[in-house]
Design a protein around this ligand. Structure first.
Ligand SMILES: [Zn+2]
Length: 283
């Protein structure tokens, strides 16, 4: 019906105006273009302009790769203590409390049993939203428990890794010790021939990259993810040279033989399912 007879203009009062949320648009950190939030969600949170993969939360990772309703979280209540009684602008306890409220997680690493495709697996997710996914005592302990579970139950382990913060400074040497602890358990995985797949996401740096993240049997990375030990700015300042284009990005690492595959998020579930079916067929 066409309302040709309608002559009177009825203004919308502020009370009737639709509630427009402030965060309806997101700015891509790579190409700086604005993207409509709804469009970003439809597109696996991948920038439609440049292909940058926005960081996902633990919940979003589970929804992306796990069969619905099959994730069973374990040891959710382990929390960090404050071994150094860290004092700074904020104490460690205050920082942890703040991060818990903000992310809804108790710690940066979540693990449990999950069905990926048709393969019963162990899934570990290091969430870069919680203190930059840095590795403290709880992250190390939970990763070890995830590996031990995989060995006991003879299941493959898939680790999603977003540890931009590396070792967690609030725990000093104790956090550095987690590099050894997690590397040792990966050694056990190899001895027991337990399949370990690592998915490196933006950013995976420092102590996390230099320990368990890079020790997997199969290394997959998301496109354009920053992966390395020291950041590019630190290296440039140290060696006083300009680094090559794309240095420490997934594609660069793949070209130099450091990764097995760079997989866009839209194909990740399919790729993991295929690898698990070939190398760890369910009994
Ligand atoms: Zn972009």
């Amino acid at each position: 019906m066409i309302f040709r007879h309608r002559k009177r203009y009825i203004p919308i009062t502020p009370k009737e105006a639709p509630d427009i949320k402030k965060d309806l648009w997101q700015k891509c950190p790579d190409c700086n273009k604005l993207i409509y939030e709804g469009k970003l969600k439809e597109n696996f949170k991948i920038c439609p302009h440049c292909g940058y993969h926005f960081r996902l939360t633990t919940k979003e990772w589970i929804n992306l790769i796990v069969e619905p309703g099959t994730f069973e979280e374990l040891d959710a209540n382990i929390v960090s203590v404050d071994p150094l009684e860290f004092k700074g602008p904020k104490t460690y306890k205050e920082k942890l409390e703040e991060e818990r409220k903000r992310t809804g997680l108790n710690e940066a690493l979540v693990y449990g049993r999950a069905m990926i495709g048709k393969t019963p697996s162990v899934l570990s997710i290091l969430d870069s939203n919680f203190i930059m996914g840095s590795m403290g005592s709880v992250v190390g302990e939970k990763f070890v428990r995830a590996c031990e579970l995989a060995m006991v139950e003879k299941k493959p382990i898939v680790s999603i890794c977003g540890g931009g913060g590396g070792a967690r400074m609030y725990e000093g040497l104790i956090s550095l010790m987690q590099m050894v602890k997690t590397s040792q358990v990966v050694g056990k995985l190899k001895k027991t021939k337990t399949l370990y797949i690592s998915v490196l996401t933006d950013p995976t740096m420092g102590g996390v990259a230099a320990s368990f993240a890079f020790l997997a049997d199969i290394l997959i990375a998301e496109p354009k993810a920053l992966i390395g030990f020291a950041g590019p700015r630190v290296i440039e300042q140290t060696i006083k040279q300009k680094l090559p284009h794309g240095f420490q990005r997934s594609e660069f690492l793949y070209q130099h033989g450091m990764l097995d595959q760079v997989v866009p998020r839209s194909n990740l579930k399919q790729t993991l399912t295929k690898i698990l079916t070939i190398f760890a067929p369910s009994q």
